[in-house]
Design a binder for this molecule. Structure first.
Ligand code: MG
Length: 372
């Protein structure tokens, strides 16, 4: 089987309401998503989506995906998409770094492998069944009262776990946010406080060693892995890492330095499902817990992450966030993993199980194919 054509589409995904994080210094109103369709000479078509969370969250941005694909596509045409290790080594050889460019290609190749083998992705990734995954809410930074109101809204929608965004310039306000949310939580609810790198290590210690809540997870408190490691070793709460993890080596360094007890696994940050699977299996081996979800995107990207989450041993998995609930458009209506009563189940059909209607995208922004 050979890749015969790669077609690239772009779609803006507006958020239903503005989203603030990292103490309000980062605001998001729409996402720039790239959809990649890979056709093969045997008639199987695979789909992938790459959608960074804006351009300020990580060293990744929407237009960069399309530029990177222009460089990579000529090397991918004619290769067997089922040979995922080979495809990934080829992409790393031709374009070192830029993992967010490679993720939609890798995702589309997994879709093809699944269809060719007659298996859904959750099974190819080691799962025994299409196990439902608990879904967590995402609570934008605001005043303590505003954040509690968002948690009550999320509770009413069936969420039991919340990711609350903190990290202001004033430590006292963050202490008040945590105390207000702690008072509002039911015993059956959990919250992860995601700081998105906004605290200096000393501020992290001030806040976390003052608040009454010692059971909630604290995510990416500071900018660097080393700063987060210092925090993890000086607070009572367990620490998760997110934005400072890019390569497999970063995860090894986090383990060697006792920088965390858990992590976020995000295909678009790591370079695709192949590399996310490697990280997932390492995390299982060293006893970490994980949130598994993508950086952003429609239900297509969400579904790919839910396949991986569903196939992960449940004691290691801590719920998944679904970006598509924040979006004003849905390019794959009714398809893929959706939140039903607080849980999302991956499709049982071979491959990814999501196929966009290309009519919604308009004309492709690029097409690469074997020339006669
Ligand atoms: Mg995070």
């Amino acid at each position: 089987m050979k890749i015969s054509r790669i077609t690239v589409y772009q779609l803006d995904l507006p958020l239903t309401k503005p989203y603030w994080l990292s103490g309000g210094r980062l605001k998001f109103e729409k996402l720039d998503s790239t959809f990649v369709r890979i056709d093969t000479d045997e008639g199987i078509t695979g789909w992938g989506e790459g959608c960074p969370w804006g351009h300020t969250y990580l060293p990744a941005h929407g237009p960069g995906i399309r530029a990177g694909l222009e460089t990579l596509a000529p090397f991918l045409i004619g290769e067997d998409p089922r040979s995922l290790g080979h495809i990934n080594r080829l992409m790393d050889l031709q374009l070192p770094g830029h993992p967010y460019v490679k993720s939609p290609v890798d995702m589309a190749c997994w879709d093809i492998l699944g269809q060719a083998s007659g298996m859904p992705l959750w099974q190819l990734m080691g799962g025994a069944q299409a196990a439902p995954v608990h879904v967590n809410s995402s609570i934008s930074t605001g005043t303590p009262d505003e954040m509690v109101a968002l948690i009550l809204e999320a509770r009413a929608a069936g969420y039991r776990t919340h990711s609350a965004k903190l990290g202001g310039s004033d430590p006292q306000t963050d202490i008040e946010r945590i105390e207000a949310i702690t008072s509002a939580l039911l015993p059956s609810e959990f919250v992860t406080y995601d700081i998105n790198r906004a605290w200096l290590p000393g501020v992290a210690l001030q806040v976390l060693n003052t608040v009454s809540d010692a059971r909630s997870w604290i995510e990416q408190p500071c900018e660097t892995l080393e700063q987060c490691a210092y925090v993890a070793q000086n607070v009572r709460q367990p620490v998760l890492l997110d934005e400072c993890l890019h390569t497999f080596d970063d995860h090894l360094r986090a383990w060697k330095t006792d920088a965390c007890a858990g992590l976020k696994v995000k295909p678009n940050r790591l370079g695709g499902l192949t590399k996310s699977l490697q990280v997932r299996d390492f995390a299982v081996s060293v006893g970490w817990k994980m949130h598994i979800e993508d950086l952003g995107g429609s239900a297509l990207a969400d579904t790919a992450a839910v396949h991986l989450a569903s196939s992960t041993p449940p004691e290691h998995h801590m719920d998944s966030w679904l970006c598509h609930y924040h979006l004003g458009v849905d390019p794959v209506p009714g398809q893929g993993a959706r939140n039903i009563g607080g849980k999302a189940t991956p499709p049982d059909t071979p491959g990814l199980g999501v196929t966009p209607d290309t009519g919604i995208f308009g004309k492709p922004v690029a097409t690469y194919e074997i020339r006669a």
